[in-house]
Design a protein around this ligand. Structure first.
Ligand code: URA
Length: 433
């Protein structure tokens, strides 16, 4: 019995033992576990033990569905049924230089869908969409549900922070997994991501599951399994869901860091930008438009300026000043190529860690990010370089950070050789429907 004299139907230790012994949890057991953990009846150390048992012994498809449903039911569900446009959303598992949400949301809105993009902040070597958007003077991440609806109705796209009411069980569990070595369990990752996305209430969802050294799932087969699990969860819950498996062995685009990535996104929205960022933006837009049953060519909307018009309207609707200059860092340092030849590899993780050490990311949730810090790449794998030519430029507000960033780059240096040694994943690796 708890202090409120409520009789609990299960004991946490029995549920931990069941998963430890590779048994399948029942629906009532799962519903109680999520509810009791949210209420504080299951202690953190008990949930940590259960998460580890799930990591080691897995879950059946039915258990994952029930676990996800219970997490959705721990909070509110959003409702966009008052909108006239079909709603469609995208989620990326995150990577270095992954700024795709920025051009993608206004682009898909310019094609006629409504895009409610609830996003997060960065932790570790991958950046967060909200941190990037906050490089824009005056831009606000926190919106009320009413403001979000208004912007979707009039502009078509909104990028904002998820409120505390969305899947609160996941917020608590994710923080616990982060400090107990239990993040990397496919049932827990899939249910964590999909509980938030299903609660968000869009009609369609495209998942961009990254693989390669800079991704959370470096093994492509694990990425496929995660994508398959999430696609099944979405479709089972009535959200039309597809996934692309995409490359994260090399940073995406040339810019890594908050304001630098906003600038690159604006270039894509103006019809330019690096070819991989443009290609992935258009490919994901096509996937989203197919789910929304809209037959419009997104490439045209980038080239004719309509996507950029939606971007400017979206930024202004959230208090952002489209004319204000983006923040820049105080110091810069350019690294030159040691040899001549073709760039054969560039480790995304090393570049991500270096950008993070320059101040672009945070080590703890409470840390401030430096908006101008980061890295601009001058060359990517497949391109030729002469010895002494610039390879990349580092930006920071604290000069002492250059050395730490350089150490990260030196641990997995850019390799230069001959063309037939190029070692790089294709940008789009697989499609899971
Ligand atoms: N992102 C999430 O939201 N949850 C996870 O478990 C992993 C990544």
């Amino acid at each position: 019995m708890t202090s409120s004299n409520r009789v609990e139907p299960f004991a946490a230790v029995d549920i931990i033992r069941a998963k430890r012994d590779k048994k399948t949890l029942t629906e009532p057991q799962i519903n109680w576990t999520i509810d009791a953990y949210t209420r504080g009846v299951i202690a953190d150390e008990q949930m940590a033990a259960l998460a580890m048992a799930i990591l080691l012994n897995g879950m059946e498809a039915r258990e994952i569905i029930q676990w996800t449903t219970a997490m959705i039911n721990s909070g509110e569900r959003m409702d966009f049924s008052d909108l006239t446009q079909p709603t469609v959303d995208k989620h990326s598992t995150g990577g270095v230089g992954d700024k795709i949400t920025l051009p993608l949301a206004p682009l898909v809105a310019a094609c006629g869908a409504a895009v409610p993009q609830l996003s997060g902040r960065g932790l570790g070597h991958t950046g967060g969409t909200l941190d990037k958007m906050e490089s824009i003077k005056g831009w606000r991440a926190d919106l009320t549900n009413e403001e979000m609806h208004e912007i979707l109705k009039h502009v078509g796209a909104v990028i904002c922070a998820a409120g505390p009411g969305l899947a609160p069980a996941d917020k608590k569990l994710y923080a616990l997994r982060d400090v107990t070595g239990t993040v990397e369990a496919i049932p827990l990752i899939a249910s964590s991501i999909m509980s938030k996305k299903i609660a968000e209430g869009a009609g369609g969802l495209v998942l961009d599951v990254k693989t390669g050294n800079g991704a959370f799932m470096s093994d492509p087969n694990m990425a496929r399994e995660l994508a398959r699990t999430m696609v099944n969860l979405g479709n089972d819950a009535g959200v039309k869901t597809t996934a692309l498996i995409t490359a994260m062995d090399v940073p995406l685009g040339l810019a890594v860091g908050n304001a630098l990535e906003v600038q690159e996104s604006i270039e894509v929205l103006q019809g330019g930008g690096p070819s991989d960022v443009r290609e992935l933006t258009i490919t994901l837009a096509r996937e989203m438009l197919e789910l929304a049953e809209i037959d419009v060519d997104p490439a045209e909307k980038l080239d004719n300026g309509q996507a950029f018009d939606v971007w400017k309207a979206m930024v202004a609707a959230q208090g952002g000043d489209n004319d204000a200059p983006l923040p820049t860092a105080k110091f810069e340092h350019t690294v030159a190529a040691a040899d001549s030849g073709t760039i054969t590899s560039m480790n995304a993780l090393a570049v991500g860690i270096a950008a993070w050490r320059l101040g672009a990311g945070r080590a703890r949730k409470e840390d401030q990010v430096s908006l101008g810090a980061g890295i601009m790449l001058h060359k990517k794998p497949g391109e030729k370089v002469e010895a002494g030519e610039p390879l990349l430029t580092m930006y920071t507000d604290e000069e002492a950070r250059f050395e730490l960033a350089q150490q990260a780059l030196d641990e997995s240096p850019v390799t230069i050789g001959s063309e037939n040694e190029i070692n790089r994943l294709p940008l789009i690796i697989d499609r899971i429907v």
